[in-house]
Design a protein around this ligand. Structure first.
Ligand code: DQA
Length: 148
């Protein structure tokens, strides 16, 4: 069976999930979220690369490399870079596959500076407020699409 290939990118401070404002982001670590997502999806049908960095340039380089790869979609939670990074926005514009921007929290119910999302302007789909389900739903939506 040909596997659907996905890249999931997490930006700054998402390596601190579980410890970081658990009332907003939940008590699972990023590794817990990864395990939960992969268990739910079943890895016989998808292959997922998870990448996390606190450094803007590393995320830009990862997206540039992904633009040369054969992948079905890129899922990105840019964290705070969503609100600030023209560099990540420009890199995302290199991609010719769907880009799903996810945010664990509903940023529109929070501080007003979180409502402006520079990177989301490059994305195909935006998902917010689903907590750890976000990554699963983002990948699954693309698996369903490739099945239909
Ligand atoms: C976040 C929302 C951002 O505003 C924040 O800076 C994050 C996490 C989310 O997943 O809800 O780091 O992207």
């Amino acid at each position: 069976m040909v596997k659907n290939k996905f890249l999931i990118i997490n930006g700054p401070n998402l390596n601190m999930l579980g410890a970081r404002e658990p009332e907003i982001y939940g008590r699972d670590s990023l590794k817990d979220v990864q395990n939960w997502t992969e268990e739910k999806l079943g890895l016989e049908s998808v292959s997922i690369e998870w990448f996390q960095s606190n450094i803007e340039g590393e995320i830009v380089t990862k997206i540039q490399l992904a633009s040369k790869d054969k992948i079905n979609a890129v899922i990105i939670n840019p964290g705070a870079y969503s609100h600030t990074s023209v560099a990540i926005y420009d890199a995302l514009k290199l991609l010719n596959v769907p880009i799903i921007e996810v945010h664990l929290s509903n940023t529109h119910g929070r501080e007003s500076f979180r409502s402006n999302k520079i990177t989301a302007k490059a994305s195909t789909i935006i998902m917010e407020g689903l907590g750890k389900q976000s990554y699963f739903q983002a990948v699954y939506s693309q698996v369903l699409k490739s099945d239909s």
